[in-house]
Design a protein around this ligand. Structure first.
Ligand SMILES: Nc1ncnc2c1ncn2[C@@H]1O[C@H](COP(=O)(O)OP(=O)(O)OP(=O)(O)O)[C@@H](O)[C@H]1O
Length: 335
């Protein structure tokens, strides 16, 4: 099969309104030999159309459990999960097949799980198009291989490609049917740093060009350098997140600004970033003060008598100090 140059087809018009991924109070309990393990503990996550988000968590934090639910392989025990307007709690078998063919695409960590070993790159990308009865397959395959920068390996089988090339062909295969959402489970887990970077950049590029929403699940925190939004998952729940954007100063110089956020649940509970907690020695009880536009959080004055008055730049932020920083003080600064 040959590759041809032509404009890439964007995702077909979305038929739903609102976020592409919405998890509300998602719970998944596994019962094995009389023991119950709560892998997801009321997880909340909202991802807007076209966004590229990394979900980062340690082993056992619930990443695969969430991905299995979002990919339609498993059902939640409680709560709600909606992807591109499809309610995952109540899909029939037929709806599930359609969902997995057209609404979501997957890229798994094991390169061997993504591609048919006996088919060439072009044949692999063509396969989902063939199954769904798509027309103009040859042209679409050419566009996608081009977009992912792997047209030169179109006629090679997976064993004749590098790991990075295989993952890029896997991305092309996953987005062939114009899914709204691309789910990736440790897509760079088997790659070295240079290859990982190429694959992540390709994924971001594919998102921009095709309009596909991307959720990458990984234990690797360095992925944060490649995505605008990184959400932490801990003990089966999303905790804090970092949003990055580029700001241009008055001299025209670009600065990467990272701002930390946390989820506040319906009961008003929130989890502070772990760096803030250790940095300020926050524990047991903190003092709160309501200001007109923010809430100040201080270490307990009873435990840390002398607290320095002047504000400091938080070491976990790249950006300029905000009014919120004035509310955070190191207990040891005044001692
Ligand atoms: N099928 C299962 N039966 C019982 N317990 C399970 C099952 N799958 C996962 N768990 C448990 O649920 C919790 C979350 O597991 P999960 O695989 O989702 O974590 P993870 O973040 O993907 O970890 P890793 O990065 O190691 O793959 C863990 O305590 C795990 O032991």
């Amino acid at each position: 099969m040959t590759t041809t140059h032509s404009p890439t087809t964007p995702v077909a018009g979305r038929e739903h309104e609102g976020p592409d991924i919405l998890c509300e109070d998602l719970v998944r309990i596994y019962s094995t030999e009389g023991v119950e393990i709560q892998a997801l503990q009321g997880l909340n996550l909202r991802v807007e159309p076209g966004d590229v988000v990394a979900l980062v968590g340690a082993s056992g934090s619930g990443k695969s459990t969430l991905l299995n639910i979002l990919s339609g392989l498993d059902k939640p025990t409680g709560g709600r999960a909606t992807v591109a307007g499809v309610n995952l709690n109540s899909m029939t078998r037929q709806q599930r097949v359609r969902y997995q063919r057209h609404t979501v695409g997957f890229v798994w960590q094991q390169t061997s799980r993504n591609l048919m070993p006996f088919l060439t790159a072009a044949e692999n990308v063509a396969l989902p198009l063939l199954i769904s009865g798509a027309r103009e397959r040859r042209e679409r395959v050419g566009e996608l291989l081009d977009l992912l920068g792997v047209s030169d390996v179109a006629n090679r089988r997976p064993a004749e490609m590098s790991g990075g090339q295989q993952q890029r062909v896997a991305i092309a295969t996953a987005v062939a049917n114009n899914p709204s959402v691309l789910l990736a489970d440790e897509p760079t887990g088997e790659l070295d740093d240079a290859m990982s970077e190429v694959v992540l950049e390709s994924m971001r590029d594919a998102s921009e060009r095709l309009g596909v929403t991307v959720l990458i699940v990984t234990h690797d925190p360095t992925i944060a350098d490649h995505v605008r939004r990184t959400v932490q998952i801990r003990d089966g729940n999303t905790s804090t997140e970092v949003l990055r954007h580029v700001e241009v100063d008055e001299h025209g110089a670009e600065h990467l600004v990272a701002q930390e956020y946390t989820v506040i649940d319906r009961a008003g509970r929130l989890q502070l970033p772990s760096g803030y907690v250790t940095d300020l020695g926050l524990r047991d009880r903190v003092r709160l003060e309501l200001e007109p536009d923010h809430v100040g959080v201080w270490p307990d004055q009873e435990r840390h008598k002398a607290v320095a008055p002047e504000p400091h730049q938080h070491p976990h932020r790249d950006g300029a100090e905000t009014s919120d920083d004035a509310a955070f003080r190191r207990p040891e600064e005044g001692q």
